[in-house]
Write a protein of this length. Structure first.
Length: 209
């Protein structure tokens, strides 16, 4: 674990730009000047032409499968947000661009009573989130970071961004969204991390549930 950056370092952005005036961080978080690429296992090299996003599980009607062209034709938005890693560092003032998560839910809504979502990604990684978190107006399936396409290390071609939750709740290399009637423990949740992961409530570990 690295030590907290000094004031001069923390006030610079990931591309060396000056950050906004420092703001209050969630409990026990430290400022970091860069967004560190944290992941389990090796980085996949995904061919965008072969990528797709499937929305299924307890879905109303039939599952929906979007290829890259169909996905990228959906409405887009920018979200300026901080990234909070459960390892206790935060990177502020990142600008994410992509498809609002609400648009994905609108295309394939869940059945009544399906209030949980399992978001799956490359290599079997998955994360459990509540439907209400996916419907947050700032939640998005990001394709760009600070005006540039995501790098493979940061989740190319698509990663889920949930600014109010810890970073492990937003998988990189997203491939599938499945609605569930009961919460499912994804990769980190099954290893002792919190099912919700609210950063301001400091919901890091399962024993806090």
């Amino acid at each position: 674990m690295t030590s907290a950056p000094g004031r001069g370092e923390a006030d610079r952005g990931r591309h060396g730009r000056a950050l906004a005036e420092p703001r209050t961080l969630p409990p026990h978080q430290r400022r970091s000047s860069t967004l560190r690429p944290v992941h389990y296992g090796r980085v996949p090299r995904i061919d965008r032409a072969r990528w797709s996003l499937t929305i299924g599980g307890a879905v109303t009607g039939e599952p929906v499968r979007l290829d890259w062209e169909e996905f990228s034709s959906l409405p887009l938005m920018d979200v300026r947000a901080d990234h909070h890693c459960v390892a206790k560092y935060s990177t502020q003032d990142l600008v994410w661009s992509g498809v609002p998560a609400r648009e994905v839910v609108r295309l394939a809504p869940p059945e009544p009573g399906a209030e949980h979502v399992l978001v799956s990604a490359a290599y079997g990684y998955s994360s459990s989130v509540r439907l209400e978190d996916l419907l947050s107006p700032r939640a998005l399936f990001a394709t760009h970071l600070d005006g540039e396409p995501l790098t493979p290390e940061h989740g190319w071609p698509v990663r889920l961004v949930l600014p109010h939750l810890y970073g492990f709740k937003g998988p990189k290399w997203v491939a599938e969204v499945d609605y569930c009637h009961e919460p499912q423990r994804g990769f980190w949740e099954s290893r002792g991390y919190h099912l919700v992961g609210d950063v301001w409530r400091e919901e890091r570990y399962a024993y806090q549930e």
